[in-house]
Design a protein around this ligand. Sequence first.
Ligand code: ADP
Ligand code: MG
Length: 613
Amino acid sequence: MSTSAPQKFEFQAEIAQLLNIVTHSLYTEKEIFVRELVSNASDALEKLRHTQITEKDIFDDKLELEINVTTDDKAKTITFQDFGLGMTRAELVENLGTIAHSGSKAFLKALGEGEAKNTSLIGQFGVGFYSAFMVAKNVKVYSHSWRAGEPGHVWTSDGSGSYEIEEREGQRRGTKIVIELKDDCADFAQDWKVKEILERYSAFVSFPINLNGKRVNTVQALWLRSKNEIKDEEYTEFYKFQAHAFDEPRLRLHFSADAPLSINALLFVPKENTEKLGFARTEASVALYCRKVLIDAKPKALLPEWLRFLKGVVDSEDLPLNISRETMQDKALIEKLNKVITKRFLKFLEDEAKNRPDAYAEFYAEFGIFLKEGAAMDFTHKDALVKLLRFESSLTEKGKTTSLADYVTRMGSDQKEIYYLIGPNRAAIESGPYLEGFKARNLEVLFCYEAVDEYVMSNVREFDGKKLTAADHADVKLADLPKPEGALSEADTKTLTEWLKTTLGDRVAEVKASDRLVDSPALALNADKFTSPHMRRMMKAMNKDGADSPLRVNLEINPRSAVMKRLFETHTASPDKAKLVAEQILDNALISAGLLDDATPMVARLYKLLESV
Ligand code: ADP
Ligand code: MG
């Protein structure tokens, strides 16, 4: 067959943008291009192995499944050759000319989200094939598809706006990438340098990697080895390679099971929760293998959403070998895997909480939010997850937490419900008016500080048959306390509450004497059953409809408080002044509840009150 003339193509706009960033970046860890190209070679070999199972007619079928890296320090080149599945002409255009793959897409997306110029992201996402252009003057990709009828091609680009493809005969199966290095990157043509990089990043690639003819990696599917033979450092190295991570794993679970499915799994919890740091939502990234053959690096359905922070590998021999990425929708099987692994991981957390409570507390501080998400949304695992939740409470020290189970053991015999309060922090809850009534009755109250807590608590609803109840909810009934001396009489209290209702008019739905106040003169409870004070605050923050609906609260007053006793005296003696005081008391209560929308009228009123002092 004659070789046709080279054809010129423009890169897709996004690729051109990506290349522009990559080629001009001052990113110091340029060496990651080695990791990226080796992992592409390894992917291509995995795919070939897969293809061999179902396809008989494979081009150049006797080749070893290996990766050959060669360097030439005179010519300043580095070459990556794999005998994988190769690319046809159309595949060269599709795979190297358009943005169809995950790593680079995520990178561009993150850039779009305001991280522009933050080249450190290159290392985090790995911009895949294009990372070659960090070091290359020119890249040539020679490729021959496994499909016997297809000719070979060479793809060429200098990383500016375009590339060329030309037919090229006489190739072996697979892909050979020749990089002509930039002058200041000539180091990558040094054997010692590349050896070091390969050892660091590519130690676990499951195909032999030869550098200038010498084997550099030893094949290690760590998850298939027995636990007691594996050193901590090996686990850590594996984690870093497999998860493209730079941190040390916080927790790991390595287990195997035979029934109901054969599973070998090696799961890691990273050190940090990147979602918490403001990065995009974490993508599920526990990879699914069958006998070391990669099936899917990011199978969505393998684990529940709330376990998306996990890294690692799940290998199951029960997966049909010819399962492809597309038919991975073998739903029933994946669901089964999901069930077994999730259960096992929950059990693992339970053991951690019991056996290493400090490490668990640290884990929880970082990743507890995912467990809350699960407890609120995943009905199947709710019970196990609720047991794993931890809260500070009115009985714990600051920074120490309790489980719901421990809370229950401390409940008095007549306490029926589990109480919680939501607030920005411990100090705010402790100084607010809501806690004192519970404290006076020795009722423990859980403290919730996170925006999602309200949602979580109302979705969880109960634990061990006990209702989870917001302590600032209008319906909470508390037992009587012995009446202290010197409180307003019942008749006087009644007079005062009625006067307050008339005086405050539409701003209050109801005024009554409270059984939950000990020191504070008054507290406000939202009269709207469906929107808690906290919810209202959130809606306001998010500018949601309903946040501006007129606010009507129930005002509860404390007949034992000096302020109320004084108000009772003033409300007949000097009614004008008493009215100002009443309004101020309501505003104060609204402030404590986080419900005061506009403080301006309050300032004017306070001045008036001060005039009369
Ligand atoms: P990713 O590996 O995340 O898909 P890359 O930018 O590294 O992204 O590679 C883009 C695509 O180019 C790959 O998905 C693959 O289809 C193709 N490719 C890259 N290198 C090879 C190779 N050595 N053999 C076959 N195909 C390759
Ligand atoms: Mg890649």
